[in-house]
Design a protein around this ligand. Structure first.
Ligand code: ASP
Length: 290
C-alpha cells in the first residue's frame, strides 16, 4: 500500500544553530505519522495531527513558538486542504487559540466558508470548543529562544500526506515573519499560496510570505505538473526560482499522487522530515537529500 508523509519546521534554519531538539521532535512525529498512515488513517487527519504537535512543541515559529507583531500581540495564520474535492479551511490573524490548525480544520469541516479572519476566526474556534490561550505573554514566551527580533528565521510548520486510499492533503501553520506589522497576513493561510492539495500534488510552503504570494507558489506546483506535464522535482524547483525572482527565500514540501516526495529550499537550510512505504524516515536541516 502506497503512503507518504513529509513535515517541515520552517526554511529559516541558521547555520551554527543547534537544531537537535527539532530533529528529535520531527523524528518522533514522522515515525508516529507513518504508523497512523499504515493503519489506514486519512491524510487530512494525519496532517492536522502532525501540525498540531508541531504547534504545541514551542520549537518553531508557529503555535506556542510564535513571535509578537509590531504592537506586541500574537496573530497566527493556518490552513488545511483535502485534495480530491478541494475542501479547505483557513484562519488568518487569529488570536488566543492554542491550535490555529485545529481552527482551520474546523472551518474545513463546517464547510460554509474557506477562510475566516480575526475576531470571526476566533469566534468560530471558540464555538467549536477549541482550547484558548490564558495569558498570551506567558504562553508565547518561547519566541525569545528563537533569537533577537533582527533575526529572520522562518519557522512556519507544515505537513503533506498521501494516504492508503490515494488521497492527498496539505496544511501549514505560522506565527508569521519576525517584526511583522499588526494585521499582516502572509502566504500560510492563503489557499494556493502557502498550502495546496488536489488530485495531483499536495504542497506546504515556508519562507518570505510576500514572495510566495506573488508567485502563488503552492498552486503553481500543481499547475506546472498538470498543464506543463512537469514532474514534481522540476515543478518545485521552477516555483522556487519564481519565488527567488520576487526576492523570496524559503522552501516547500510536496508529495504527488504516486507518493514521490520533494522538499527543496533556496535558504541555508530547512527543518524537514519524510517517510513513505518505500523509504525509511529521514530527518534533515542543512544536509542535502540522500
Ligand atoms: N511564510 C510565513 C509567512 O510569511 C513565514 C515562514 O514561513 O516562516 O508568514
Amino acid at each position: 500500500m502506497t503512503y507518504a508523509l513529509v513535515i517541515h519546521g520552517g526554511a529559516g534554519a541558521r547555520p551554527g544553530t543547534d537544531y537537535t531538539k527539532q530533529k528529535q521532535d520531527m523524528l518522533r512525529l514522522i515515525i508516529a505519522g507513518q504508523t497512523m498512515l499504515d493503519e489506514g488513517r486519512s491524510s487530512v487527519d494525519v496532517v492536522a495531527w502532525a501540525i498540531e504537535e508541531l504547534e504545541a512543541s514551542g520549537l518553531y515559529v508557529a503555535g506556542k513558538g510564535s513571535a509578537p507583531h509590531s504592537l506586541g500581540g500574537f496573530e497566527l495564520d493556518a490552513s488545511i486542504m483535502h485534495g480530491p474535492d478541494r475542501r479547505a479551511g483557513a484562519v488568518a490573524a487569529i488570536e488566543g487559540i492554542i491550535s490555529p490548525i485545529k481552527a482551520a480544520k474546523a472551518v474545513l469541516d463546517d464547510g460554509r466558508h474557506v477562510m475566516l479572519a480575526g475576531a470571526g476566526a476566533q469566534f468560530a474556534a471558540k464555538a467549536a470548543g477549541l482550547a484558548e490561550v490564558g495569558d498570551p505573554q506567558e504562553y508565547y514566551s518561547e519566541h525569545i529562544s528563537h533569537g533577537s527580533k533582527e533575526d529572520v528565521d522562518h519557522g512556519t510548520v507544515g505537513a503533506v500526506a498521501l494516504d492508503t486510499n490515494g488521497i492527498l492533503a496539505a496544511g501549514t501553520s505560522t506565527g508569521g515573519t519576525f517584526n511583522k506589522l499588526v494585521g499582516r497576513v502572509g502566504d500560510t493561510p492563503i489557499i494556493g499560496s502557502g498550502t495546496w492539495a488536489d488530485e495531483t500534488v499536495a504542497v506546504s510552503c515556508t519562507g518570505l510570505g510576500e514572495a510566495f504570494m506573488r508567485a502563488n507558489a503552492a498552486y503553481d506546483v500543481s499547475a506546472r505538473m498538470r498543464y506543463g506535464k512537469t514532474d514534481i522535482d522540476h515543478a518545485c524547483q521552477q516555483v522556487l526560482d519564481e519565488v527567488k525572482r520576487f526576492e523570496g527565500d524559503g522552501g516547500l514540501i510536496a508529495i504527488d499522487a504516486k507518493g514521490n516526495i520533494c522538499m527543496p529550499y533556496n535558504s541555508d537550510g530547512m527543518k524537514r522530515a519524510a517517510v513513505s512505504n518505500v523509504m525509511s524516515p529521514v530527518v534533515r536541516v542543512f544536509e542535502p537529500e540522500p
